[in-house]
Design a protein around this ligand. Structure first.
Ligand code: 3PG
Length: 210
């Protein structure tokens, strides 16, 4: 269903925007604004009634975008997102039913972990690229720095509390492949349809060094 691995998706840009879309009409211009700034892998969270339609619309209208789905909590979520055309999946945690459904569908997954035990369980399933969530609340870049040596071979996408202020600290770590965050698509900018502001935030994010 997709030619992309989660590693390739995470390497498309330093930042994966985490999107909460309330108004379906904003989905396509939002995707265009982010892509114009250089961010191509987009995570549409399953937290609003229009999320699945937003994925469909963005995928159809903005082929340069790699549109994924976030906040996957059940196998049913996975099946619905795959049917809508999501090309990768993100989850807050490490759920076996979610991972099994994604495997059946061939959906590349970025599951969330917050401890070495969870990271090891993910590695046992053959996963080597993981979301560290919620990153700041769990100790931030210092924790990932401490994981680098004992958890060699695993890469992380810290998400949750990541912003333009601390993204560079994470991206400087050898075991950080990219970061996720909502700061590039602030709710007030989406509501105001201020697409140029979002493109500006994306450009700055796309120029962060990995
Ligand atoms: C989320 O749960 O919404 C994501 O982790 C994004 O978090 P952020 O809003 O702190 O970037």
């Amino acid at each position: 269903m997709t030619d992309l691995t989660i590693e390739r998706i995470c390497r498309l840009a330093p930042v994966v925007p985490v999107l909460i879309i309330d108004d379906l009409d904003s989905a396509v211009p939002l995707a265009r604004a982010l892509v114009a700034g250089g961010l191509r892998a987009l995570e549409v969270t399953m937290r609003t009634p229009v999320a699945l339609d937003a994925i469909r619309a963005m995928r159809d209208a903005v082929p340069e975008a790699v549109v994924g789905v976030g906040t996957l909590r059940t196998a049913t979520d996975v099946d619905a997102a795959v049917a809508a055309g999501a090309r990768f999946g993100v989850s807050p945690g490490l759920s076996v039913p979610v991972l099994d459904a994604a495997d059946r569908a061939g959906l590349p997954m970025l599951p969330g972990v917050a401890t070495p035990t969870e990271a090891m369980a993910a590695a046992d399933r053959g996963l080597s690229v993981l979301k560290f969530f919620p990153a700041e609340a769990n100790g931030g870049a210092q924790v990932l720095k401490a994981w680098a040596s004992p958890l060699q071979g695993l890469s992380f996408c810290p998400t949750g509390g990541v912003s333009e202020k601390n993204a560079a600290d994470y991206l400087a770590l050898p075991n950080v492949i990219c970061v996720g965050g909502s700061w590039v698509a602030p709710n007030d900018a989406i509501t105001a349809r201020d697409w140029s502001r979002i493109t500006g935030l994306s450009k700055a994010a796309a120029h962060l060094m990995t």
